[in-house]
Design a protein around this ligand. Sequence first.
Ligand SMILES: [Zn+2]
Length: 376
Amino acid sequence: MLIKCFKLSKGLLFALIAILLIISIIYFFIFCRQNISLEKNSISVDNSVLEETAVSSNLSNSTEENYIKWFEFNVSYEVLQKTSQLDINSHTTNKNVKYNWIELISYLACLYGNNFSKFKIKDLDNLVAKLDSGKSIDEITRDMKNYHYYYEGYSAVLSQYIGNFGISETPINNADNSNTQKSISYVQKYDLKAFHPLAQNYSYSHYKDFGNSRSYGYNRLHLGNDLMGSIGTPVIAVESGYVEAIGWNQYGGWRIGIRSFDKKRYYYYAHLRKGHPFVNDIYEGKIVQAGDVIGYLGMTGYSTKEDTNNINIPHLHFGIQLIFNEVQKDGPNQIWIDVYNLVDFLKKNRSTAIITNTKTKDYERKYEIIDPYVPD
Ligand SMILES: [Zn+2]
């Protein structure tokens, strides 16, 4: 009886071991495969933008991993200038074929592997000729495997820079709020609607300083563009959005962070003026319009103590972070773009600021914009 029982349980035991073995083999197989694909993913993210795109497009659309993890804004001033003119002119002259500058830029990015120093005007002329002949951008770019990646990336930067808006023909503010016109007339436009980060008639200088090394606190890279100017120069909201962060930050000093309504861009304005960094009535959550005065250039920062001037040269630090997925906002793999060419490009659209309160020495914009992008 005992032997019989032992025999039976021995058989059972073998069966159990066999089942366990099969389960662990299956589990091991699945786990290994997942690890390999994850490794592949992270290697390609680090090494090459192109491989990253290929990996992303291989991933199923239903996975949350399918977002852009790296993007470089490399468009030259010349290409920004030429493509925006094509876009704006085709709309304002009501041409049959209307161009979208982001599509033009994304096509060129494919052609040059995102290296715009290779730009030749004949490439843009050829594309325009094809579009004029009635071909759609989808047909033209059908075999360009990275087109959608570039289109998504460049849209994330530029989608709100050109479009329809209204602008007041007469000033909405006058000095010390006297003589403010009661009835303001607006003109409708299709044009550049993003503004330069410093107000009209204030001089500044800047150079290509993206990626330079910085050593305060810890060794890191400079992820923006410094605009050297006079203390008190009104700082302007480049794009409409809402104030996401405002106050003191050890590195940026007095700083404002503004998020675009589509949540893809985070504008960072830092080192604002000691004592009076921000305009009156600005707070976290407030909606600002492109061209609004938000604060004043200064030299605060590099200190844990609030309101400390520890920056040697007065300047505005201006940066743009791209966010394709919220995990990128404060995580270790943030995407900050080189805004030098953009700042140059925006020189043609500077908001005029005038002092409206001589007691508080606060400035406001002179002309109002009605941006349809701003929610009611
Ligand atoms: Zn800086």
